[in-house]
Design a binder for this molecule. Structure first.
Ligand code: HEM
Length: 459
């Protein structure tokens, strides 16, 4: 081989070996650039150079920051990702009579005692964490492992009966597609989602949903409501919340031990949950459309502006080592006095399931940590494109130090290489979906139709 061939070979090998280190960050930068170009820069970001973090709560809770969807391009994208039926999703409809009716159903479903919540979770969750499933150790994707638990849990909460394997598959396929599309790891799969709508219509027609539904909603609208709030939001949010918790703990074996040895120390559990939701808030951006002008410092934010509340940014201001997972910090600082708001602001449509979710998170942690130790070396970001790769080790199995190091190294290398193709597919899928959402304009056309219908009724 002559020198030239050897140099080309050498450069090619170097290119390939270093690919996982420079390609994914480059693709992320390109993705943000393209998304902004295609989608346009819309909205006033809070906090930002213009509006500081101390204004976050005041502006969020302002009476005029009350528009939910109408009038923002961003809504077209959210409605696209949450289709079908974003117009029936409690989170996305405008304040008014229909909103109140829908919110009252959610409230009724979530009004069960703490004891009932825990009993149902024990039934639906414990079998997955049973030692019969994993006798020694196993590499898993936390999201794939945990999501079926929430499918079974919310199915039984809604319909009052156990979820069959076939029904579980229908719901799981839908929820997995929503979460994958939201993270641009897959395209939106409408046929799969429509199967769930049809399935829920059948359930409602069979009288399986026992709660009163005020108002004049059709069966299809009711099905879309259930699909959006419980078989999308509830399952996706609880899955992500637990993936973040276990993945963060998988890098702090000392805290895992502490939690197992001090089961009754509620403070320990609270600190882990608080810190998880601070560092990995489940909402990236929540937006509102102003119904009137708002005064911010010396500036006038005019009516019809889109306010974008940036949770990850807000949750990093005012903390020592803000990017580190340090549950112990909550021994000396308080949630009320910190820049911390994982469930939104009470006066402006905060999460109706905040207490409910915290009980579930605590109980799931306790079930999981009782059976397994969690280890991981993968990258942990808020959007979790790697679905949280993790090694589950049965408490009854002794993993030697050598084996642990070998497994963690394997996981790290696998994660680096996975990032190469995941980041490229995220770029591609994200671009396609943003263009598609821009074309469909689901929110804009829905409100145009609404206005047209109203004009026809009251000439
Ligand atoms: C740890 C888990 C969860 C977190 C961190 C979370 C977080 C949030 C946040 C930040 C908001 C407010 C967004 C905004 O201001 O626009 C919200 C709203 C909402 N969440 Fe959750 N959520 C969680 C679990 C759940 C669950 C389990 C359900 C369903 C049972 C749920 C249903 C809703 C609904 C329906 C809304 C809209 C409320 C309204 O507009 O009236 N969430 N959530």
């Amino acid at each position: 081989m002559d020198g030239k061939v050897i140099s080309i070979l050498g450069i090619s090998i170097l290119f390939l070996i270093t690919l996982p280190y420079w390609l994914p960050p480059l693709v992320v930068k390109l993705r943000i650039f393209l998304f902004t170009k295609v989608n346009g820069e819309e909205g006033i970001s809070i906090p930002s150079d213009r509006i500081n973090a101390s204004e976050f709560r005041r502006i969020y809770s302002n009476k005029s920051a009350s528009g939910r969807s109408e009038g923002a391009n961003l809504s077209n994208l959210f409605w696209y990702w949450l289709s079908p039926g974003a117009e029936m999703h409690q989170e996305h409809i405008e304040n008014g009579e229909e909103y109140n009716q829908i919110a009252s159903v959610t409230k009724a479903v979530l009004s069960i005692s703490n004891q009932e919540i825990e009993t149902l979770l024990q039934k639906c969750g414990a079998p997955a964490f049973s030692e019969t499933m994993i006798k020694s150790w196993k590499i898993i994707k936390l999201r794939d492992f945990i999501m079926p638990i929430w499918v079974r849990f919310f199915y039984e909460l809604i319909f009052g009966e156990s979820c069959s394997k076939e029904d579980e598959k229908i719901i799981l396929k839908h929820s997995s597609n929503v979460v994958s599309a939201l993270k641009c790891c897959a395209l939106r799969d409408m046929p799969t989602r429509n199967v769930l709508t049809k399935f829920l219509i059948d359930k409602l027609n069979q009288g399986k949903f026992k709660y009163d539904f005020p108002g004049n909603f059709s069966v299809e609208e009711k099905a879309l409501y259930l699909q959006g709030v419980f078989f999308t939001t509830a399952i996706v949010q609880m899955s992500d919340a637990m993936v973040h918790t276990f993945l963060a703990l998988s890098k702090r074996i000392d805290i895992q031990k502490d939690l197992v040895q001090n089961k009754d120390n509620a403070r320990l559990y609270d600190n882990v949950i608080t810190e998880t939701l601070r560092l990995y808030p489940l909402f990236g951006i929540a937006h509102r459309i102003t119904k009137d002008a708002i005064q911010v410092d010396d500036q006038n934010v005019k009516e019809g502006s889109v306010l974008c509340f940036n949770y990850p940014k807000y949750h990093r201001i005012g903390y020592d080592n803000p990017d580190e997972f340090i549950p112990e910090r909550w021994n000396t600082i308080s949630k009320g006095k910190s820049n911390y708001m994982p469930f939104g602001i009470g006066t402006n449509r905060s999460c109706p399931a905040s207490n409910f979710s915290l009980i579930l998170m605590k109980k799931t942690m306790s079930i999981g940590l009782n059976q397994f130790t969690f280890h991981s070396s993968v990258e942990h970001t808020r959007s979790l494109p790697n679905r949280g790769s993790c090694i589950l080790v049965s408490k009854k199995y002794k993993l030697t130090k050598g084996k642990r190091i070998a497994l963690l190294s394997f996981l790290k290398i696998q994660d680096q290489w996975e990032k190469v193709y995941v980041s490229i597919s995220q770029l591609l899928f994200g671009f396609i979906m943003i263009l598609h959402a821009r074309n469909l304009k689901l929110t804009t056309s829905y409100y145009q139709k609404e206005r047209y219908n109203k004009q026809k009724i009251t000439p």
